[in-house]
Design a protein around this ligand. Structure first.
Ligand code: CA
Length: 233
């Protein structure tokens, strides 16, 4: 059974979550402060952490960092509406995904399931049974099943959405993918958020795959259309 740790100081979010996630068949632990969350985490057995960014005491960003220092457990950050900086920081410190308050339980559940499917610790056996798909573009090599990417021989970590975006682009190497296609595929056809999210993710991909982030040898913008990834000349 998947054990989820909820770290959330607002009771009006925490209590319904405990109830709803338990009803969905998850084992749920809940903490109201970062300190309490850390204590519950260090007892072990946690498969996924749902982590509010704004917490009294140890904040969500600091707690995420601490957890990442010793674990690859799945982490979904919960940010306040419009707090773009929190999203970016959350992904930089190794969170797998984030949701923005107010979110629907259905949306959260979809993200939890997606993250758990990708969590190598949780699905190790499943993965070793299926043949791994390897995608290559120049010096970028992606092992889809193992959720691993090497860039010029170095292992580089990509959070869930960045990984999905890179995977989709690499599957379609040499073809222009429209903004609509990319958003549809990575964020879902019912995505209603800011389309700048795509550009932010493209920028983050470039900072990881391009030798010089301002020279787009791999990931090029096709003006008025979308983006394309290709082997560098
Ligand atoms: Ca809070």
């Amino acid at each position: 059974m998947t054990r989820i740790l909820i770290v959330e100081d607002e009771e009006s979010y925490r209590e319904p979550l405990v109830y709803q996630l338990t009803r969905e068949g998850y084992a749920v632990s809940a903490a109201a402060t970062g300190e309490e969350g850390w204590e519950l985490f260090t007892r072990g057995g946690i498969d996924m952490v749902l982590l509010d960014v704004m917490l009294p005491g140890i904040g969500g960003v600091e707690l995420c960092r601490r957890i990442r220092e010793q674990s690859r457990v799945a982490i979904i950050m919960v940010t306040a509406k419009g707090a773009e900086i929190d999203k970016v920081v959350g992904l930089e410190i190794g969170a797998d995904d984030y949701v923005t308050k107010p979110y629907s339980f259905r949306e959260l559940l979809a993200r939890i399931r997606a993250v758990m499917r990708r969590n190598p610790e949780e699905s190790e056996q499943e993965e070793s049974e299926q043949e791994d798909v390897e995608l290559q573009c120049g010096d970028i090599v992606m092992s889809v099943g193992h959720h691993q990417v090497t860039v010029r021989g170095e292992n580089v970590f990509f959070p869930l959405k960045e990984f999905d975006l890179l995977e989709y682009l690499m599957q379609n190497k040499g073809r222009v993918m429209t903004r609509h296609q990319l958003i549809d595929r990575v964020w879902g056809s019912d995505y209603v958020g800011d389309t700048k999210t795509l550009d932010v993710h493209v920028k983050r991909l470039r900072s990881k795959i391009e030798e010089n982030a301002s020279v787009h040898r791999y990931l090029t913008t096709v003006r008025g259309l979308g983006y394309k990834i290709d082997d560098p000349e």
